[in-house]
Design a protein. Structure first.
Length: 96
């Protein structure tokens, strides 16, 4: 068994960044069709199961109306939380 660095047990993700659809949403359903976690309601794309959202932002990227957004406040909070860990470059490591 290779020895892989890291702190265990791994922490649960707590980013809490779940995009919401605003009034520009045309209910086309594209975000629901492409969400990898399947947490956007196809019949009502404004409904998202935040507890299962993995904060990948695919729905934001694919929305043709630019209707899905994350709260600026929550983005700022998440930015502060990861600032220390992401303030220096980490080289890639390969384990074979
Ligand atoms: S992709 Fe955009 S416009 Fe289409 S349902 Fe989702 S949020 Fe609404
Ligand atoms: S951020 Fe990712 S997981 Fe969350 S609703 Fe959008 S596409 Fe789905």
């Amino acid at each position: 068994m290779p020895e892989i660095p890291g702190n265990r047990p791994y922490k649960e993700s707590s980013a809490g960044l779940s995009p919401k659809a605003n009034a520009s949403c045309s209910a086309c359903g594209l975000c629901a069709d492409t969400c990898p976690a399947g947490v956007i309601d196809r019949k009502n794309p404004k409904m998202t199961d935040k507890s299962k959202c993995i904060s990948c932002m695919r729905c934001v990227a694919v929305c043709p109306k630019h209707a899905r957004k994350v709260s600026g406040f929550m983005t700022a909070v998440a930015g502060m939380a990861i600032k220390k860990a992401c303030s220096f470059r980490k080289e890639c490591e390969l384990f074979l």
